[in-house]
Design a protein around this ligand. Structure first.
Ligand code: DC
Length: 647
C-alpha cells in the first residue's frame, strides 16, 4: 500500500492488547539461544525485527520451533553457536545486529553480517572498538565504523576493563554485556562517556539475570560480569507488551478524550518506556496504572499542557510526545534526544519536517526539538515516514486533531507492530453495543441511534439469518456445523441502503420468515458458525463509529466497546408490542400465547451455553417498559453522549 488516508477523528477510547515488546523479544531469543536447556517464550512479538532474529538463529544452528500463537520453543546451544561459518542478513533491526555482532565475535567462527542500506549508515564503531580490546576479529567491509562486518575467530584476552563509549547508542553496551558470559570468565566494562538510554540497560541486566547471570554495576559507569558457566534457560518466559507501542494509544487517549487502556504493560514492567505515562501525566493527562495495564485520558481542561522535558531516558516514546506537542497549549521542548539521529532514520530531521507540514513551527538542534503548535492543524498533510515505523505510528495521532491525514508507506509499521493501524482505527472508531431480549425493540432503536450519530450499523442477527438462508438454498443440513460454518465464512452478502442482498438477490424480507428465524436460532448456537462470522462483524468497525446490535456484541465481538447498552422491557410490555405488530400486519395473534412464548424464549436464551442472553457487567440497562421508541432512542443517545462526549 502506497499510502493510508486517515479520516478526521474526534475521540479515542477503548482497550488495546499490546503486541510483545521488541526489546524483550529479541533479547530473550538471543539469550535462550546461547543458554543451556530449552526455553519456551510466550507472547513473542511477531514483526519484521523478530523474524530477522529468528531466521538468524536458525542459520546459526539453533533449533527454534513455533508452538502456535505467539509461543516459541528455543533449544539453547549451551554456549557459542554451533554453525561456524554463515552469512547473515539482519534487515534494519538494531536489536538483532548489535548483540549478534558481539555474540558472533566470541563464537569462534567466520561470519558476515549485513543489513538494509540504512543499517549500513547506523554507527557500530563503539561496539567494534570494545570487542577488539578483548581480541575479537571484527572488520568493516564497507565504510569504517559502519556495517557490513566480517568476523573471524577471536583470540580472547580479558586482562583489563573493556572501555566503551555510551553516548551514541546503549545497544553497544547491551551487546557486550550479553556476549561476555560466553567467555566463561570475569569481565569488567567501563564507560568512557555518559551512558544514554539507561532504562534499556536495565532491561538487558534484568533478562540476563533471568538466564542466570547477575551483573554487578557501580552506578552507570562500571559493570562486572562474574565468571560463570554461561546462561541457563529459566524454562518458560512471558514477553511483556511493548511499552513503546503503548505510547501511541496512551497519547491518543490523552489527546482525544479517552480513556484508552493498554494491556500488557504496567507497574510491573521492566521497560523504561512505561515512564512515558509519567511524561503524559506531566502534560496534564489523567493517567492510571495497574500491574499489567495503563490507561490515559484527556486532562480535565481538555487540552494538554505545554512541556519542556529531558527525554534521554525514553528516546523512542519521546517521539510520541513530539506529536503530542501539536495538541499542547503552548510551545514545547524535547531535550537530550541526540540518539534520534542514528535510529531508523534521522528522527530529529524527519520529525521536524513532518510536524511543519501540519502547521507547527519547529526549531531543530543537534539534540533537541522545539515545537510551537499551530492554532489549528493543517488538513490533508501527506506525511513521509522514512521507512521508520515510529514516524508512521506517531503521525496517525495527528488525525485526532479533526483533520484528514495521509500516511505514506504505512506498511513500515511491520518492523515492530504490523497490526498497528487496525488497532488505532479500532480505538478511534467507537462502538455502541446494543443487546437485549427478543422483542425489546433493540433493532429499531439501534438503527435510529446509528442514524442520529451518523455511525455505521451492524445487524448481527441478519448475518445469522443470511447464513441460514444461504445454507437452506444450498441444501446444507443446518445441523452440519462445519458445512454451515463454511457457508458463513463465504457469505456473499451486501447491504446497500436498507436492503439486504445475497448473491445479488434482494432477501430483505426472505430472511424474516418463520422458517429462517427458527433456523437462525439453531445456527447461532453453533460455535464454528459464530467463529466464522467474528472477523466479518469486526470489520464493520470503521470511523466515525459503529452501532452494533446483537447478542454477543458487548461480550465477544466488541468487548472493548466504550458504550454498552442492555435494552430491556418487561415480558408483558414486549408481548404487547409484538401483539400490536402482528395485528398491524393483519396476522392472527394471541397475547397470552405470545407472553408464554417470550418467557420460554428468555429462559432458553439465558440458559444456552453459546452466547447466552446476559447483561454485561459494564453495560448500562435501559428499561423501555414505559417508553415509546423516541424516548428509548433518546435514552440511549444520552448514554452515548455521556460516554463519548465529543459525539
Ligand atoms: O436479532 P435476530 O432475531 O435477527 O437474530 C437472529 C438469530 O441470531 C436469533 O436466534 C439470535 C441470534 N443472534 C445471535 O446469537 N447473536 C447475535 N449477535 C445476533 C443474533
Amino acid at each position: 500500500m502506497e499510502f493510508l488516508d486517515l479520516p478526521p477523528l474526534a475521540l479515542a477510547a477503548g482497550t488495546v492488547r499490546l503486541p510483545g515488546s521488541k526489546s524483550i523479544s529479541n533479547r530473550c531469543l538471543l539469550l535462550a539461544a546461547l543458554a543451556s536447556g530449552v526455553a519456551e517464550i510466550r507472547d513473542l512479538l511477531d514483526s519484521d525485527d523478530t523474524r530477522v532474529m529468528l531466521a538468524a538463529l536458525q542459520v546459526l544452528g539453533v533449533t527454534v520451533e513455533p508452538l502456535g500463537g505467539s509461543a516459541w520453543r528455543i533449544t539453547g546451544a549451551g554456549g557459542v553457536f554451533p554453525v561456524k561459518a554463515a552469512d547473515l542478513f539482519l534487515g534494519n533491526a538494531g536489536t538483532a545486529f548489535r548483540p549478534m555482532t558481539a555474540a558472533l565475535a566470541l563464537s569462534g567462527g567466520r561470519y558476515r553480517l549485513a543489513g538494509v542500506p540504512r543499517m549500513h549508515e547506523r554507527p557500530i564503531g563503539d561496539l567494534v572498538d570494545g570487542l577488539r580490546q578483548i581480541g575479537a576479529d571484527v572488520r568493516y567491509t564497507g565504510q569504517e565504523g559502519y556495517p557490513p562486518l566480517e568476523i573471524g575467530p577471536a583470540d580472547i584476552r580479558l586482562d583489563g576493563p573493556i572501555r566503551v563509549r555510551g553516548d551514541v547508542s546503549s545497544q553497544f553496551l547491551t551487546a557486550l554485556l550479553m556476549a561476555l558470559p560466553l567467555t566463561g570468565r570475569e569481565a569488567v566494562v567501563e564507560m568512557t562517556t555518559e551512558l544514554i538510554s539507561k532504562p534499556y540497560i536495565e532491561i538487558t541486566l534484568n533478562l540476563m539475570a533471568r538466564f542466570g547471570v547477575a551483573v554487578d554495576r557501580e552506578g552507570w559507569a562500571r559493570f562486572r560480569i562474574p565468571a560463570s558457566a554461561g546462561y541457563r534457560s529459566p524454562g518458560t518466559l512471558h514477553v511483556e507488551g511493548d511499552a513503546s507501542s503503548a505510547s501511541y494509544f496512551l497519547a491518543a487517549g490523552a489527546i482525544a478524550g479517552g480513556p484508552v487502556r493498554v494491556e500488557g504493560v504496567g507497574r510491573a514492567s521492566i521497560q523504561g518506556d512505561v515512564a512515558f505515562a509519567d511524561a503524559l501525566a506531566a502534560l496534564g493527562a489523567r493517567v492510571e496504572m495497574g500491574e499489567n495495564w495503563i490507561a490515559a485520558g484527556a486532562p480535565e481542561s481538555g487540552r494538554l499542557r505545554a512541556f519542556d522535558l529531558d527525554l534521554n531516558h525514553i528516546p523512542d516514546a519521546a517521539m510520541t510526545l513530539a506529536v503530542c506537542a501539536l495538541f499542547a497549549d503552548g510551545p514545547c521542548a524535547l531535550r537530550n534526544i541526540a540518539s534520534w539521529r542514528v535510529k531508523e532514520t534521522d528522527r530529529i530531521a524527519a520529525m521536524a519536517a513532518e510536524l511543519r507540514k501540519l502547521g507547527a513551527q519547529v526549531e531543530e538542534g543537534a539534540d533537541f526539538l522545539k515545537i510551537a503548535p499551530p492554532a489549528a492543524l493543517r488538513p490533508g498533510a501527506a506525511i513521509a515516514t522514512y521507512d521508520d515505523h515510529r514516524m508512521a505510528m506517531c503521525f496517525s495521532l495527528a488525525a485526532l486533531g479533526g483533520v484528514p491525514v495521509r500516511i505514506l508507506d504505512p506498511g513500515c509499521v511491520g518492523k515492530t507492530f504490523p497490526e498497528y493501524f487496525d488497532h488505532f482505527l479500532q480505538v478511534t472508531a467507537p462502538v455502541v453495543a446494543i443487546d437485549g431480549p427478543s422483542a425489546s425493540g433493540k433493532g429499531t432503536v439501534a438503527v435510529r441511534v446509528a442514524q442520529a450519530l451518523g455511525f455505521h450499523f451492524l445487524d448481527s442477527g441478519a448475518l445469522y439469518r443470511l447464513t441460514t438462508l444461504a445454507a437452506l438454498k444450498a441444501g446444507v443440513d443446518l445441523a452440519d456445523e462445519a458445512a454451515v460454518a463454511a457457508v458463513a465464512a463465504a457469505l456473499p452478502a451486501e447491504f446497500p441502503g436498507d436492503r439486504i442482498l445475497l448473491s445479488g438477490e434482494d432477501v430483505t424480507d426472505a430472511i424474516r420468515t418463520e422458517e429462517v428465524s427458527a433456523g437462525a436460532s439453531r445456527v447461532a448456537a453453533l460455535p464454528a458458525v459464530r467463529a466464522a462470522l467474528l472477523d466479518r462483524q469486526r470489520a464493520y468497525r470503521r470511523p466515525p463509529g459503529l452501532v452494533a446490535d446483537g447478542r454477543d456484541m458487548a461480550s465477544v465481538v466488541f468487548p472493548e466497546a466504550p458504550v454498552k447498552v442492555f435494552l430491556t422491557a418487561s415480558a408483558e410490555a414486549r408481548a404487547e408490542r409484538r401483539h400490536k405488530q402482528l395485528i398491524g400486519k393483519g396476522m392472527p395473534a394471541n397475547i397470552h400465547a405470545l407472553l408464554q412464548d417470550l418467557r420460554e424464549r428468555d429462559a432458553r436464551d439465558a440458559a444456552r451455553s453459546v452466547a447466552p442472553l446476559r447483561q454485561c457487567d459494564d453495560a448500562e440497562r435501559v428499561d423501555t417498559t414505559d417508553m415509546g421508541i423516541e424516548e428509548a432512542v433518546s435514552a440511549v443517545l444520552d448514554i452515548v453522549r455521556r460516554k463519548l462526549p465529543k459525539q
